[in-house]
Design a protein around this ligand. Structure first.
Ligand code: CA
Length: 221
């Protein structure tokens, strides 16, 4: 899962990015509204954390432009304390949730998890697929109750497939959601990670759909 953080406060931006990376996400960062708008307009994010008070273009305008242009990714806005009008303007502009500053990073993480889950149609923080269970709170996966030892890349890949189980997901899409913008992407590496995942979860759950991509579904009984 790939997240965009748009925040001009350098320390806060770094703090959020580090916590998100620690939780298993890939993160792109922007420090002003124009850069943030550009990234959100050109890259596919699973969620965006958007500060309202930003240089060059304020957060509400950034959000309005995205929504006007049909960008539907979940957006969590960060508002200044006691600025209730920012919350109203943000929600009216298309924000999915908000957190007022100062906040605990854990709260932002919980809200981001919920946004991503709901966008993929999952109500609970535990996502199941046959014997597989993804605990999105702890960023862990298990198979038949036994914890899986996954690298961060394998976790991201499995997490994306589990959020989108039953759907055919192309290699290009997986690549876009597993690496940040600065990463030298090579979609062939996805095949390697799929192979490793199959060795850990069994080969029957991830199906290769020729020419289209991969589909994770529960094993047929
Ligand atoms: Ca700010």
């Amino acid at each position: 899962m790939r997240i965009l953080v748009v925040e001009d406060d350098r320390d806060l931006n770094r703090q959020l990015a580090e916590a998100l990376i620690q939780a298993g996400y890939v993160v792109d960062r922007a420090a002003d509204g124009e850069e943030g708008h550009f990234l959100g307009d050109t890259e596919p994010y699973d969620a965006v954390i958007l500060d309202v008070g930003l240089p060059r273009m304020d957060g509400i305008s950034v959000l309005e432009r995205w929504r006007r242009d049909g960008r539907t990714m979940p957006v969590l806005i960060l508002t200044a304390r006691d600025r209730w009008s920012d919350k109203v303007a943000g929600i009216d502009a298309g924000a999915d949730d908000y957190v007022a500053k100062p906040f605990h990073v854990e709260e932002v993480l919980a809200r981001v998890r919920a946004l991503i889950r709901r966008a993929a149609g999952h109500a609970s923080s535990d996502i199941h697929c046959g014997p597989l269970r993804l605990d999105t709170r702890a960023s862990r996966a298990s198979l038949d109750g036994t914890p899986l030892k996954l690298t961060s890349h394998e976790y991201r890949l499995l997490s994306y497939l589990m959020h989108h189980q039953g759907e055919v997901v192309s290699r290009a899409v997986l690549t876009e959601h597993m690496y940040d913008q600065d990463f030298d992407r090579d979609s062939n590496t996805i095949e390697v990670f799929i192979g490793r995942l199959r060795r850990k979860i069994g080969s029957d759950m991830i199906e290769t759909v020729r020419g289209l991509g991969y589909r994770l579904s529960p094993p047929t009984p």
